[in-house]
Design a protein around this ligand. Structure first.
Ligand code: V0V
Ligand code: CO
Length: 143
């Protein structure tokens, strides 16, 4: 059902400083940036490696654009750090249904718009051992 770690989402107060840290320290480069109004974030995707399933693995650096957004709330409470993990799948709706059938709360009735034209849905962290978990279907992913 899941074929890769699509990304690890990291909450940053200052996206440019976060990008610079990952570039300088590890040599990761930004492959994509965008603003997702619905999710209330400005984000940078740093590609770590390609996978053989049509997707890839990234670090996703996230800076809030609104005080009432999930990432802003997270920063207020916890400071900077790992915000969520995301698993890649070729069928996000089917995967969400299967996971939901296990009693895990699926936070989005329908998949929403994610980074780089992906479709995404979130699972409640309280049902996932304290880990906010995202499911991602890449736009033309076969896996
Ligand atoms: C909140 N909690 C977390 C958490 N955020 N636990 C682990 N990791 C996190 N990131 C805990 C929090 O400490 C509370 O625990 C409890 O959940 C309720 O949190 P809250 O903030 O008071 O309550 P809510 O219900 O307002 O918000 C929590 C949820 C919300 C998870 C429902 O943040 C959400 O809907 N997140 C999904 C959307 C999202 O995060 N978007 C940003 C990334 P205690 O105190 O009760 O024990 S956008 C993205 O990744 C994109 C665009 C992409 O990948 O393409
Ligand atoms: Co994400």
């Amino acid at each position: 059902m899941f074929t890769r770690i699509d990304h690890v989402g990291i909450a940053c107060r200052d996206l440019d400083a976060g990008v610079e840290f990952y570039r300088r320290t590890y040599g990761f480069e930004v492959t994509h940036t965008e603003i997702n109004e619905e999710q209330g974030v400005r984000e940078a995707m740093l590609r770590v490696n390609g996978t053989d399933d049509g997707g890839a693995s990234y670090l996703q650096l996230l800076e809030p654009i609104r005080a009432d957004s999930p990432v802003a709330k997270f920063l207020d409470r916890n400071g900077e750090g790992v915000h969520h993990i995301a698993f890649g799948t070729s069928d996000v709706a089917g995967a969400a249904e299967a996971v939901g059938a296990q009693g895990v709360r699926v936070l989005d009735a329908e998949p929403r718009a994610g980074s780089m034209d992906s479709r995404i849905t979130f699972l409640h962290p309280k049902d996932c051992g304290g880990v906010l978990t995202e499911l991602v279907q890449a736009p033309d992913s076969s896996g």
